[in-house]
Design a protein around this ligand. Sequence first.
Ligand code: C5P
Length: 226
Amino acid sequence: ALPRDLEGVRVVISAGGTREPLDPVRYLGNRSSGKQGYALARVAAQRGAEVTLVAGHTVALPDPAGATVRHVSTALELREAMHAEAASADVVVMAAAVADFRPATRADVKIKKSDELPDPVVTLDRNPDILAELVRDRRPGQLVVGFAAETGDEQGSVLDHARVKLKRKGADLLVVNAVGDGKAFETEDNSGWLLAADGTERSIPLGAKAQLASTVWDAVVGLIKR
Ligand code: C5P
C-alpha cells in the first residue's frame, strides 16, 4: 500500500497535449499521450491528495480514480483553468505539452483548396508560458513543478539545458526527460532526472510512469514538510 502522506494537500496537475485550431476541423497538435500526467494524478490521489487534473488531449485515457477532471483543448483554455485552480492549490504540476504557438487566426469555415487562389500561409502567434506565469503568481508556500523534454546538442547535454531551464522558469522542481530516439513520448516507461531549486539532483531510472510519479511526490512531500 502507498503512504497517505499527501492527505490534506490540494494538488493541481496539467496533462496531455493542446490543440490549436486552424479552422473548424483542423488543428496543430503534438504527440503527448497524457500518460505521465495521468499517472501523477492517480498516484497523488492514492497517497491521499485532493487532486484536480486539467486534461488536454490524450490517447483517450479514462479519468483517473479519485481526481476531479477538467477537460480543455487549447493552450489558452488550459491557462485559464490552471490559473483558476492554482489559486487554491498547495502544489501545481505542469506536465502538459503546451503548444508554444497557435495560428494567428482561426477561420470560421473550413479552409478550401483552390486552383485559382494561392495556397494558404499559416501565421503563428506565441502562446504564453503558463508555467512561468504560475511561478510569478504563486501563493506563499505553494510548490510549482515543471517538466522539460530535452535533447543534448553541441551547446550542451540534456542536464546542462535542464539546469538553465530550472533557473529561468523559477520552479521548485523540474522533471527532466531525455527525448528523441523514441524515448518518453507515447511510451509506457519514462526515465530522467529530478532537479530541485536548491541544487539537489537525482536520476530517475527507467521504469513505469507511475514509478516516476512516486519519485516526484516523494520529493514534493520532502519540500512540504520543511
Ligand atoms: O520551455 P519548455 O516548453 O521546454 O518547458 C516545459 C515546461 O513548461 C512544462 O512544464 C510545460 O508544461 C510548460 N509550458 C507551459 N507553457 C508553454 C510551454 C510550456 O507552461 N507555453
